[in-house]
Design a protein around this ligand. Structure first.
Ligand code: TYM
Length: 334
């Protein structure tokens, strides 16, 4: 049995990008033989300032969305990162293993920091070290993510390799990303070159998993496209990122290939295509939205699910991180 680990930031409502790129893969993986550990990474969230009350709300909301999508808290371990102190302890060790040059190459930091690099938190800079600690604290070897996280996973492997080398061990295993090919990167509805993101200032750029039917229909109707009809062949969409994105979304929702979708719509304009895409999205997402609202009526119940998950998570991570501390040369804890 291998162990699977993945995380999501509770910094807003999960988007269709989170769902197609990661969450639905998490749900599918639960049915396999591997043990699944899924984490609401609230410590990552505060690398950018969060209003405390909003962070609490959004952490519950993300738990509700994940449960509504089908994460089963009996089968998988679902918890919030800050509740298991092993993450922070291993992250500190990794801060001392990772090299500044490695972090300087992280494109996500460059994107998030923008021009104002001196003014962002140091947490944002060492964020990938914490992410490496999340995974390695469980000796997880498989990590289902969208492709924007691949560079961070390479870094997590580099950190493990250097730790093993520095402390003459084979303690941390290599990790392998699990990326769904067709929906590894769902793009913004307003700009086909930008990833769909919960932090985009425009709500029109994304479908939130809790959007109601009217909102979904309106966002798809207004989604940016071009004036050409849809072509026969997928490679004819190479220069049409918005059209390519919508075809990819429809394919992922229906479980078909983008080429199959094009066969159906070749020669037609975007009107009829968008109508059917919106219909498929509504059919798929409406039950998730309804279940999310249901879970949110019982915040205490949600907290209890996360706390029970945290106890199971700590039982795995505690001995692993304690051994890492021993390897580094720390005296035993009382
Ligand atoms: P986060 O919260 O940005 O996103 C959660 C997951 O959703 C995927 N994703 C997407 N996939 C396809 N298209 C998109 N537009 C899109 N947007 C987001 C992400 O790739 C991710 O899999 N650093 C991570 C959280 C994290 C983590 C970890 C993940 C912390 N520790 C350990 C794996 C293992 C993040 O910010 O994800």
């Amino acid at each position: 049995m291998a162990r699977i680990f993945s995380g999501i930031q509770p910094t807003g409502i999960a988007t269709l990008g989170n769902y197609l790129g990661a969450i639905r893969n998490w749900v599918a993986l639960q049915d396999g033989a591997d043990e699944c550990v899924f984490c609401l990474v609230d410590m990552h969230a505060i690398t950018v300032f969060q209003e405390p009350a909003a962070l609490r709300e959004q952490t519950r909301q993300m738990a509700a969305v994940l449960l509504a999508c089908g994460i089963n808290p009996e089968r998988s371990i679902l918890f919030h990162q800050s509740a298991v102190s092993a993450h922070a302890r291993l992250a500190w060790i990794f801060n001392c293993v990772a090299r500044i040059g490695w972090l300087n190459r992280m494109t996500q930091f460059k994107d998030k920091a923008g021009k104002d690099r001196e003014a962002v938190s140091t947490g944002l800079y060492v964020y990938p070290n914490l992410m490496a600690a999340d995974i390695h604290a469980y000796h997880a070897t498989k990590v289902p993510v969208g492709d924007d996280q691949l560079q961070h996973l390479e870094l997590a492997n580099d950190i493990a390799e250097k730790f093993n080398h520095d402390f003459s061990s084979t303690f941390f295993p290599r990790i392998e990303p699990l990326v769904l090919k067709e929906s590894a990167r769902v793009m913004s509805l307003r700009d086909g070159m930008k990833k769909m993101s919960k932090s985009d200032p425009s709500d029109q750029s994304r479908i939130n998993l809790t959007d109601d039917s009217d909102m979904i229909a309106a966002k798809i109707r207004r989604a940016k496209t071009d004036s050409e009809p849809l072509p026969e062949q997928l490679d004819q969409l190479a220069e049409r990122p918005e059209a390519r994105n919508l075809i990819g979304i429809y394919a992922a929702i229906l479980g078909q290939t983008p080429q199959e979708i094009l066969h159906r719509f070749a020669g037609s304009g975007f009107g009829p295509f968008k109508e059917q895409l919106a219909e498929a999205l509504i059919a798929h997402l409406a039950p998730i939205g309804a279940r999310t609202r249901d879970y949110l009526t019982d915040p205490t119940g949600l907290d209890q699910i996360l706390q029970a998950g945290a106890r199971r998570a700590a039982a795995i991570a505690e001995p692993i991180v304690t051994e890492a501390e021993r390897l580094v040369g720390f005296l035993a804890r009382a």
